[in-house]
Design a protein around this ligand. Structure first.
Ligand SMILES: Cc1cc2nc3c(=O)[nH]c(=O)nc-3n(C[C@H](O)[C@H](O)[C@H](O)COP(=O)(O)O)c2cc1C
Length: 145
């Protein structure tokens, strides 16, 4: 099994409506392909982790690359994994633009800022650390199942 992580720039400022429109289609497609993952959205950028078989991860990534809702895709990681981090989540959307002020400030201090929001990492270990931080938070909107 593989986990791909990439980041990209949104062509328009992100909000829940856009995130939900992506995750609702993704949930359906990904469940059918045995893919799981998480989609983080700051005001200006996406960061996504996708887990599954080599062919399935690549197939969805090729589709995602062609999507005109974002640009400037950078692969942050592509690794062989033993176990999923996001089992059960076809594609969980996280609005990093919607964190409470205290959490947002703490994340900015730890990971930096870009365009007024939290900076999504360019290195895989930092991306996983950020995802882990977010997983540890209980009060996130959209996080509760
Ligand atoms: C940031 C971002 C993440 C996406 N993630 C997924 C995903 O995980 N799975 C998926 O099927 N589509 C995802 N999409 C949507 C695809 O780009 C595409 O619109 C969708 O799969 C439908 O493709 P089709 O019209 O070729 O069937 C994502 C789009 C964006 C902009």
């Amino acid at each position: 099994m593989y986990r791909m992580i990439y980041r990209s720039r949104s062509v328009e400022p992100l909000n829940w409506e856009i995130v939900r429109s992506i995750t609702s289609v993704s949930e359906r497609n990904n469940a059918a392909a045995g893919l799981t993952g998480i989609l983080l959205a700051s005001r200006s950028h996406f960061m996504q982790a996708i887990e599954g078989n080599f062919e399935d991860v690549n197939a969805v990534f090729r589709r995602i690359c062609r999507d005109e809702r974002h640009s400037d895709l950078s692969i942050v990681g592509f690794s062989i994994i033993d176990a999923r981090l996001f089992g059960g989540w076809g594609m969980r959307g996280i609005g990093a633009f919607d964190f409470n002020k205290q959490i947002e400030q703490a994340m900015k201090e730890k990971y930096g800022e870009e365009e007024g929001g939290i900076h999504f990492p360019l290195e895989e270990w930092q991306a996983l650390a950020m995802i882990n931080d977010i997983k540890m938070m209980r009060e996130l909107p959209e996080w509760k199942k």
